[in-house]
Design a protein around this ligand. Structure first.
Ligand SMILES: [Zn+2]
Length: 259
C-alpha cells in the first residue's frame, strides 16, 4: 500500500532486530523500501540488504554531504562499480548541508556537483539532501536538468514557493517525512496542501525523524503509515488513494517493478 522511499536500515540502530523491523514493515502495508547509502561502506550494505529482500528493498548509493571530504576518484570508481548491480535504483543521498557543516562548504559543493555528473553518467535518478542550502542546491540542479534522469528532494525543508519551483520547473518529486505530523511543522504542511499529490513521495528517513506518536524514538518503515495518514488528511484524500498515488510516483521515479 505504501512505499518508504528513504530509509537507512543498514545503520547500527537495527543491529539487534533488523529482520523483525523489515518484516513488521511488510506486514503493516509497506510494499517496498528504498534503502539509502550515505558513503561507500553503507552503499555496499544497502546493496547487500536489497539482495536479501529481492523486489521488496532497493538500494541507492552515494556520498552524503556530511562525508563530502571523503569524495575523490576512489569513491567515484567504487560507486561506478556498484551501479552495475541490479539492486541499485538511484544515486544519493547527495547534496548540501550548511546547517551542520560536518564537511567544509567547498568540499560539499565539489562532491555534490561531481556526483550529479556521475548520476548523469550512470543514468540514475538522484536523491537530494538540502539543509539550509536551498539556493546552492537549486543552482547545481538547474544546470543539469536536461541530462538528469529526474530526482527527489528528500525531507523537504523549503517553503511552498520553492516546492512549486522544484515540481513545476524541474519536474522533481518532493518527499515528505514524519516531521509533517509535528504540530509546529506548518511550512511542510502548507507544502503538502499546495502540491499536486502526483509529485509527492513518502519517507521515514529511519532511524531518524519518527512521526507522532513515536517522536523522539527510533523510526522504522512501518511508521510511514502515520505520515501517510497526516498527508491524506492535509490533502482531503482517503488513505488508500494516497497510498496508491504516492507508490506509483515512487515506482515511476525509481523504475521499480510492479511486484
Ligand atoms: Zn537520509
Amino acid at each position: 500500500m505504501f512505499i518508504d522511499s528513504h530509509a537507512h536500515l543498514d545503520m547500527s540502530e537495527y543491529e539487534k532486530d533488523r529482520a523483525e523491523v523489515i518484516e513488521r514493515a511488510f506486514t503493516r502495508g509497506i510494499d517496498h523500501i528504498v534503502n539509502i547509502g550515505i558513503d561507500v561502506a553503507s552503499s555496499r550494505k544497502a546493496i547487500a540488504l536489497a539482495r536479501s529482500y529481492k523486489k521488496k528493498i532497493s538500494a541507492s548509493i552515494g556520498l552524503h554531504p556530511h562525508s563530502a571530504s571523503e569524495w575523490g576518484r576512489e569513491a567515484a570508481d567504487a560507486f561506478r562499480q556498484m551501479a552495475l548491480e541490479p539492486e541499485v535504483v538511484a544515486y544519493g543521498e547527495i547534496g548540501l548541508d550548511f546547517y551542520r557543516n560536518h564537511s567544509p562548504k567547498e568540499d560539499q559543493l565539489k562532491a555534490f556537483v561531481e556526483q550529479l555528473d556521475l548520476a548523469v553518467e550512470l543514468q540514475l535518478p538522484v536523491v537530494i539532501h538540502d539543509r539550509e542550502a536551498h539556493r546552492e542546491t537549486l543552482t547545481a540542479l538547474r544546470g543539469r536538468l536536461g541530462s538528469l534522469k529526474g530526482g527527489v528532494i528528500h525531507c523537504f525543508s523549503g517553503d511552498a514557493k520553492m516546492a512549486d519551483l522544484v515540481v513545476s520547473k524541474m519536474d522533481f518529486y518532493i518527499s515528505i517525512p514524519g516531521t509533517v505530523t509535528y504540530a509546529k511543522a506548518v511550512t511542510v504542511q502548507e507544502v503538502v496542501r499546495n502540491l499536486p499529490v502526483e509529485r509527492l513521495l513518502l519517507e521515514t528517513d529511519a532511524p531518524f525523524l519518527a512521526p507522532v506518536p513515536f517522536r523522539g524514538k527510533r523510526n522504522e518503515p512501518a511508521y510511514v503509515f502515520h505520515t501517510a495518514r497526516m498527508v491524506a488528511e492535509l490533502k482531503g484524500m482517503d488513505l488508500n488513494t494516497l497510498g496508491a498515488v504516492t507508490s506509483k510516483n515512487a515506482r515511476n521515479l525509481f523504475g521499480l517493478g510492479r511486484s
